[in-house]
Design a protein around this ligand. Sequence first.
Ligand SMILES: Nc1ncnc2c1ncn2[C@@H]1O[C@H](COP(=O)(O)OP(=O)(O)OP(=O)(O)O)[C@@H](O)[C@H]1O
Ligand SMILES: [Mg+2]
Length: 241
Amino acid sequence: MLEISALHAGYGKVAVLDAIDLEVNEGEFVAILGPNGAGKSTLLKTIAGVHSPERGTISLFGRRIGRLGPAERIRMGLGTIPEARQLFSDMSVRENLVLGAYARIGIRIPDALAADLDEVFALFPRLREREKQIAGSLSGGEAQMLAIARALMGRPRLLLCDEPSLGLAPMLVREMLGALEKLREQGITILMADQNALAVLQMADRGYVLDTGRIVAQGESKSLLNDKRLRAAYLGAGLSQ
Ligand SMILES: Nc1ncnc2c1ncn2[C@@H]1O[C@H](COP(=O)(O)OP(=O)(O)OP(=O)(O)O)[C@@H](O)[C@H]1O
Ligand SMILES: [Mg+2]
């Protein structure tokens, strides 16, 4: 579904991603782990098309997408939840959700969106209660739910999530991970970067550990969790979860 080969990316002269090879198969939940500054967000931004790689190839659904812009990738079935959530803070919850469907359907009579809205409200009932509230006044957890719900309005086949649990209280982290688990059960493939390594590996099928732009370990979640050296070096974050 997603295949990345020998990907190099950076910012100006600063090299960040160094020969990344990664693949995500249909229906999988794959985690990208690693310390601050490892390059997790850069990798997701490069897949989303908001950052250009220096070299290497990215194929999505069997098609090379290197030349496509972010909007075209979204139309192909890519959903993104960026690191800073990037909600439209002076618009309502409902307006944010409607915009999430825009790339997929363009302008359409609002009634036609009712079923899609019902679906995301069923997943996040709290958003229904706050439908008319301005997004900028949501709590951190609610804003994160809205970011996920907005991505779902685009009906993605592959969802990229960058640190969806950042800044959330442990209870909300569980709620958010639970919502992602439901999405996976619905057949959505997920690639997620997160600091809560242990919590995420308990859900993910596989993981990649990134350090200073290189993949230093990869494999089934179970084998990563059982690797003492990895646990000591990289998977400490989230131990209390
Ligand atoms: N726009 C930018 N310009 C220059 N350097 C950048 C830019 N964005 C990121 N970097 C640098 O690239 C490196 C990788 O950053 P990135 O955000 O991909 O890491 P990360 O793994 O997502 O970290 P975190 O866990 O803190 O979110 C860091 O050293 C960062 O300072
Ligand atoms: Mg990041």
